[in-house]
Write a protein that binds this ligand. Structure first.
Ligand code: CDT
Length: 314
């Protein structure tokens, strides 16, 4: 048996603050057309793929912050992307900052959507693991204010039946957490699509900087293998507003092996024909959850409210 989903991972080079949505959508459409020409069913774009990574700046004027958010999807500037996808018959995923009103309350999320070949939104995810900090930390070369500008996602990790398989979404920092993949793995996920903006320099722990690309692949390869799923990880890369973002866009098989990887740190498309049935061997043997997981033992640890603090932590 084989169920092939041909996927394009469309790494983006930097998006500077001066770049308009229209400029960016033009780049996305170019990559989408190239993906379709290479036989892709689906093309994946990065986290916050319409704007620069604005949480690097401390901003006090909410109107200035909200200018980075989308109030509707598609909206006037993003509609051409949806129309082109439907015209070409190709699906896509993209991350963006979402401003929405729920129960009369304005809310801000770091969001990703899955769009089918007819241009319809068939999956939506709001980022749960928001890294960084909420207060101004001027000692940093740049801020990482996701905790200030976004709320924790309120949709869980739903999976979508689309493209002939079970598809899941997560966003950037989520990929470092085993729970992300496991919650989707428990729902039988067959392909996890994620985008990231990862600075090469981590101000609180510069001793880890030389391992940034290694940790990126380590997390995604482990998530793929331990949950018998394809993982498609897509970077926004290069020097964005003076901040170097890692590349390393990769398509990873359920074996944990990288089958395609970007070479540079600019707009770059990589493609792989992913057989969803490649996972069957893993899902039915070493990672047969029904046969081998031991949740009755994990509960004692994972249900505990607190965690043991690291040495030196107050
Ligand atoms: N965008 C995002 O989540 N980036 C983080 C950066 C490191 S934590 C400040 C990541 O996990 O890649």
């Amino acid at each position: 048996m084989s169920r092939i989903v041909t996927v394009g991972a469309a790494q983006l080079g930097p998006i500077q603050r001066a770049h308009s949505r229209t400029d960016v959508v033009r780049r996305l459409i170019d990559l989408m057309r190239r993906a379709r020409a290479m036989g892709c069913d689906l093309v994946a774009f990065p986290e916050l793929g319409l704007t620069t990574f604005f949480p690097r700046w401390w901003m006090e004027d909410q109107a200035e912050v909200d200018a980075f958010f989308e109030r509707e999807m598609p909206g006037p500037e993003t509609r051409p992307l949806f129309e082109e996808a439907a015209r070409l018959g190709i699906g896509f995923t993209i991350g963006y900052a979402e401003l929405t009103v729920e129960d009369g309350r304005t809310r801000h999320f770091n969001t990703s959507i899955l769009v089918d070949k007819a241009g319809r939104i068939v999956g939506k995810y709001r980022k749960i693991h928001l890294p960084g900090h909420a207060g101004h930390e001027p000692w940093r070369a740049f801020q990482h204010l996701e905790k200030r500008y976004f709320e924790v996602g309120n949709l869980g990790w739903p999976v979508s039946r689309a493209f002939g398989g079970i598809m899941g979404l997560c966003i950037c920092n989520d990929r470092r957490w085993p729970e992300t993949y496991r919650v989707m793995g428990m729902q039988g996920v067959e392909m996890v699509l994620l985008g990231y903006n990862t600075p090469e320099h981590h101000p609180p722990a510069p001793e880890q900087d030389h391992l940034a690309e290694f940790h990126n692949h380590l997390s995604m390869q482990a998530g793929a293998y331990q949950n018998s799923t394809w993982v498609v990880g897509v970077a926004k890369a290069g020097v964005e507003e003076g901040c170097m973002l890692i590349g390393g866009t990769a398509i990873i098989a359920p074996s944990g092996e990288i089958v395609a990887k970007a070479l540079g740190r600019d707009d770059e498309l990589i493609v792989a024909a992913c057989d969803l049935d490649h996972a069957v061997s893993y899902k039915t043997t070493i990672f047969n959850f029904a046969a081998h997981r031991r949740p009755e033992a994990y509960g004692l640890i994972t249900e505990r409210a607190g965690v043991v603090p690291p040495p030196g932590d107050e």
